[in-house]
Design a protein around this ligand. Sequence first.
Ligand SMILES: NC(=O)c1ccc[n+]([C@@H]2O[C@H](COP(=O)([O-])OP(=O)(O)OC[C@H]3O[C@@H](n4cnc5c(N)ncnc54)[C@H](OP(=O)(O)O)[C@@H]3O)[C@@H](O)[C@H]2O)c1
Length: 210
Amino acid sequence: MKIAILGAGLMGSALGRVWASHGHEILYSYARDMGRLRTLAEATGHGARAVTPREAVSQSDVVLVAVPWRALDELLAQAGPMAGKIVISCMLPMTPDDEELAIGLDTSGAEELARRTEGRVVGAFNTVWSDVIRRHVDAPPAAGEEPTMFYLGDDREAKATVATLIRVAGFAPLDVGDLRQARLLEPFGLLMGRLGAMIDPLVAYRLVQP
Ligand SMILES: NC(=O)c1ccc[n+]([C@@H]2O[C@H](COP(=O)([O-])OP(=O)(O)OC[C@H]3O[C@@H](n4cnc5c(N)ncnc54)[C@H](OP(=O)(O)O)[C@@H]3O)[C@@H](O)[C@H]2O)c1
């Protein structure tokens, strides 16, 4: 798959690396420093490239949006049309000081992204620290020991595609429902972020069924 990564910081670079290591073609984009993006593409290997957001979106099958919530307006202006694309949101819609959720209860980051892009948005990866994903590049979990990754969305085909990308990133995907469930998942993501800070950035979760 060709995957556009919009925002190649902690999350975008970790996911780019793990997906590239499984043969996916990565297009990194959206940085104030293009030199840093090019260095990351070289370090990622497997044909990864640094391009503009518009090039990344237009050439890709899947788009990962991995920017701070406060940068979304600027990103969407640069990225161009995404209608009909499979769009993964790993964002938490945080206030500019990064302390609290800026929206919730009656909408969510994933729903707002779907409304604004008309993309087939799937929410995923926002319930673990990037450290967990980065660790899976060098030390993938043993079969049956993968942490769970909750994901959600309204489009069945988009969710099936994202489930495969969750698996290759070393998680057991668990579909938690439609896009509205992001109103519950995003606060859980913030809680997991706080637990990561309190306990260990490598904490993750696994759903067990007796
Ligand atoms: N980090 C985590 O563990 C984690 C966990 C769960 C969810 N999330 C969510 O994932 C999203 C990405 O988080 P992250 O930690 O990967 O962010 P990050 O490390 O700050 O990365 C943001 C990327 O966007 C680029 N960018 C370009 N223009 C920007 C601008 N005007 N303002 C800010 N960034 C700009 C930055 O590149 P330059 O600096 O080169 O410009 C950087 O590569 C956020 O919505 C966050 O809430 C993160």
